[in-house]
Write a new protein. Structure first.
Length: 386
């Protein structure tokens, strides 16, 4: 393998000898030594380019050192894409707000903050659920580990009350899993519209439900500005979506508008103890890491959902589903946790320490062999009263 002196290496790579010495001291570059001098071999050219690339992506030198040792450069760069998307989303939110302010002068602080939350919700939902991969991973995990006869989607569907000729809207349909294999369970002449803000999700939903004649449209729709007339639907379904909204009341007001009188709303959400063991595990690994679970159930959760719905709906019922998974496959748990990328900005440190977290899980399973994970969710049924 070809050898280079530090001076030659610096000239070829257009960097300084001082920088190369510093990287060598930090253990990022490996030098060789003969009886005359130190030198760098040709393979260190790739190492230096990797260091420069990861530094531009925002990694610290310690993190870069771990990545070089683990030889997971491509995987780490792909993970960094998610972090940069989070930062880009925050920037786009502020730019959109500034554009709005330019055309809406003399607004009160409350109005500005309200508009900011509306824009932030829209941008964050796009970030979190733009691609179906993470959602599909989480659905598969739940279906694999449930002890109930029916999986979560089948359980929800069993509570829906449809009638012939009903006009049905699902908001935030995701990849269409809810309607997969449900064709024979739907009454005659029902008219279903699936909606989402992610074109990728909508495309996947079209593929999954292409044989279901009851689904008439699959289209883009924003929950805060639904493109439907007042009183259009007999049933509106919105599962595990409201908890992501800062301004839940605005979403409920819009849902109330498009429902017919005596129409029914079905909406699922999480309880306070949902995934409590996962959150404790992450805190034990790194106090900075969080899924912001507490924030989500405070927005719209099992415990407070009825109170929030009561402002717009009556005859509210709550259906409960709780169990404890026994997760014996460590890789399955690891993949499940990592599939949450984009769900919270407080997950960012996890992506930087991915390999260390995997080792942390290995140590846990060496001691315990199984991970117990609480899943607790509820589904509300509410009626638009006359």
């Amino acid at each position: 393998m070809k050898r280079y002196t530090f001076r030659e290496f610096a000239r070829i790579t257009q960097t300084t000898i001082r920088t190369l010495r510093y990287y060598e001291k930090r253990g990022l570059l490996k030098s060789m030594e003969d009886e005359k001098q130190k030198y760098l071999e040709e393979d260190q050219l790739i190492s230096l380019k990797t260091i420069q690339l990861l530094a531009k992506a925002g990694y610290t030198l310690e993190e870069i050192k771990d990545i070089l040792q683990g030889k997971q450069v491509e995987e780490q760069l792909l993970m960094q894409r998610d972090l940069l998307n989070i930062q880009l989303t925050n920037t786009k939110t502020m730019l959109t707000l500034l554009d709005w302010l330019q055309n809406h002068r003399e607004q009160s602080t409350d109005d500005i903050y309200h508009q900011y939350l509306t824009i932030q919700n829209r941008e964050n939902m796009g970030l979190q659920f733009d691609l179906p991969d993470g959602l599909q991973m989480r659905i598969q995990f739940h279906h694999q580990h449930t002890h109930f006869k029916d999986n979560f989607h089948e359980w929800m569907f069993s509570h829906y009350q449809f009638h012939p000729g009903d006009q049905v809207l699902e908001i935030g349909c995701g990849d269409g899993t809810l309607w997969e294999c449900q064709k024979g369970k739907l009454p005659k002449d029902i008219h279903v519209i699936l909606s989402d803000i992610s074109n990728q999700m909508l495309e996947t939903a079209r593929e999954k439900t292409r044989d279901n004649d009851c689904i008439k449209k699959i289209e883009y729709a924003d929950c805060f500005d639904l493109p439907y007339d007042d009183g259009s639907f007999d049933v509106v379904i919105i599962n595990h979506v409201l908890m992501y909204f800062e301004n839940v009341n605005d979403a409920l007001k819009e849902i109330h508008r498009v429902l017919k009188k005596k129409g029914t709303l079905y909406c699922s959400t999480i309880a306070k103890d949902m995934m409590k063991e996962r959150d404790a595990l992450l805190k034990g690994f790194d106090q900075r890491i969080s899924f912001d679970q507490e924030t989500m159930y405070q927005r719209f959760g099992y415990e407070n959902g009825k109170e929030k719905l009561a402002h717009y709906f009556g005859q509210i019922k709550l259906f409960d589903r709780k169990e404890v998974y026994e997760v014996k496959d460590m890789d399955s748990l690891y993949a499940f946790i990592m599939s949450g990328k984009g769900l919270s900005t407080n997950l960012e440190p996890l992506y930087h320490r991915k390999e260390a977290f995997y080792t942390y899980l290995q140590h846990y399973y060496q001691k315990h062999s199984v991970f117990y994970l609480t899943t607790h969710a509820g589904m509300f049924q509410a009626t638009k009263e006359e």
